[in-house]
Design a protein around this ligand. Sequence first.
Ligand code: AP5
Ligand code: MG
Length: 215
Amino acid sequence: MNIILLGPPGAGKGTQSAGLVERHGMKQLSTGDMLRAAVKAQTPVGLEAKAVMDRGELVSDEIVSSLIDENLAAMEAGQGAIFDGYPRTAAQAADLDRILEKNGRSLDRVIELEVDVDALVERITGRFSCANCGALYHDTANPPSKEGVCDNCGSTEFKRRPDDNEETVRTRMAEYRAKTAPILPGYEERGIVSRVNGMDGIDEVAGAIDAILAK
Ligand code: AP5
Ligand code: MG
């Protein structure tokens, strides 16, 4: 199965992707994670992307589509892909169709996480992750079971994203509304869109996604 998880910043795309990886052995292809890795490694892509990401704007279609192209080509044919945070523009949606076809794959489902935008700023400003393994947490909604210790790897180092401040979040939301939300009708015409209530608890959302994938 190849699926897109679609939703605004803080909707839970990364959280639900991690669950799908664990439960179904799928691979998460997050352009945000790929770009953050490039920024950290100070590659040419990272150097170009950093300022754009810090402002909350979108990195160029060429950069993100080539990241997806490289990563998908490196996957085993039988492993399902979760596209997290990609595509985000009409051009990227067209690129994805071409990239999937080239790799002998097709798009099975687009799962939209429906959320109350007012709640998202709270989710994003409360987010942190393990500095060692990247496991995602939230100050109140999803803290580690032992305070200060990662459930997944035992590390005691955590970090917060530089773009997780209120001002940047507002720009990220506006980018979503203007450029990403308009790609949904095209997928609706193909009859592959399902919606889940992203305001439910993490486990309920995971159950709803599994029910969609089992259909
Ligand atoms: P990206 O990393 O994709 O960020 P985003 O889309 O803004 O989404 P987030 O990662 O903030 O949210 P999420 O939906 O993954 O939520 P999460 O699961 O973490 O992109 C960052 C930047 O990179 C962009 O601004 C852009 O510059 C660039 N970029 C990336 N892809 C690009 C592309 N394709 N084209 C161009 N530019 C691109 O959850 C959030 C928090 O809520 C967590 O703390 C979590 O624990 C908590 N939480 C999750 N689910 C629940 C729940 N059900 N109940 C309560 N709390 C929950
Ligand atoms: Mg994410």
